[in-house]
Design a protein around this ligand. Structure first.
Ligand code: IPE
Ligand code: IPE
Ligand code: MG
Length: 244
């Protein structure tokens, strides 16, 4: 019999490194961009499934600060796809009460993409269900450096002092301010690395790696990953007996 999810033990925040689009396309002798197109369908499936299941925050790593170094044609195609996705997906986001948010160096995005993103974030701003957080032009090290800069600006203005800095205060200056830390970070595509994703926020995240290439990622696999998560014991440095 199929195991069912315990809705009381769901992760609040699921973060996904959606990797393997290029290899998926290559396997079928298609251009890489076809893999990215197929990846969008997997995004739509996953967003809908997570929202329906009761996940509070879903962060998707869609474009890293390092991805700008890819061939210009691929970058252009990805920007175009992102814009298309935002345009096409918004009515479904609203229908499912999903609020769109984004982290990363958004100012680096092409102006039409940024405008589309801002419009869509605005349109979903009163949605109260799941937060869909897109990591775009995102790099964790940039995010941390920016946070430190913002903090020190406050020091220079005399609003705070270096002595007052704590992990909680640093959280407040990160792009992810206000979001819970990811409970699980999963990566598709068979690579075992974080690629500059949520390094600070990942401190106590459960990690899950699957060989599945992102365009092949299904609701069933997502469900199995959530089941696996529910069987893990998160001790946060303590011992089993201390956990109630
Ligand atoms: C992930 O797939 C999507 C982005 C990074 C934009 P890749 O494009 O990295 O696919 P592979 O790793 O080359 O297969
Ligand atoms: C990580 O994938 C970034 C995204 C999924 C957006 P990459 O394919 O860019 O990562 P590396 O280069 O293999 O580490
Ligand atoms: Mg990759």
């Amino acid at each position: 019999m199929q195991e069912t999810l315990d809705h009381k033990k769901l992760p609040r925040h699921v973060a996904i490194i959606m990797d393997g689009n290029g290899r998926w396309a290559k396997k079928q002798k298609l251009q890489r961009i076809r893999g990215h197109e197929a990846g969008i369908k997997a995004v739509e499936r996953t967003v809908e499934y997570c929202a329906k299941t009761g996940i509070q925050v879903l962060t998707l790593y869609a474009f890293s600060s390092e991805n700008w170094q890819r061939p210009a044609l691929e970058v252009m195609a990805l920007m175009k796809l992102l814009r298309l996705f935002l345009r096409r997906e918004t009515s479904r986001l609203i229908k499912n009460n999903i609020r769109l948010r984004a982290i990363g160096h958004l100012q680096r995005l092409d102006p039409p993409v940024l405008a589309e993103l801002e419009q869509r974030m605005d349109e979903t701003s009163s949605c109260t269900g799941m937060v869909l957080n897109l990591a775009l032009s995102y790099g964790s090290r940039d995010e941390m450096v920016d946070a430190m800069k913002r903090f020190y600006q406050e020091v220079e203005k005399g609003n705070t002092s270096a002595q007052e800095l704590t992990p909680e205060i640093l959280n407040h200056y990160l792009d992810t301010a206000g979001l819970p830390d990811p409970d699980i970070i999963l990566r598709t595509g068979g690579e075992y690395r974080l690629s500059n994703f949520l390094l600070w926020q990942a401190a106590y995240a459960e990690l899950y790696f699957t060989e599945t290439l992102w365009p092949d990622f299904s609701e069933t696999e997502m469900k199995n990953i959530l089941l696996d998560y529910q069987h893990r014991e998160r001790r946060f440095g303590m011992i089993s007996e201390q956990l109630s």
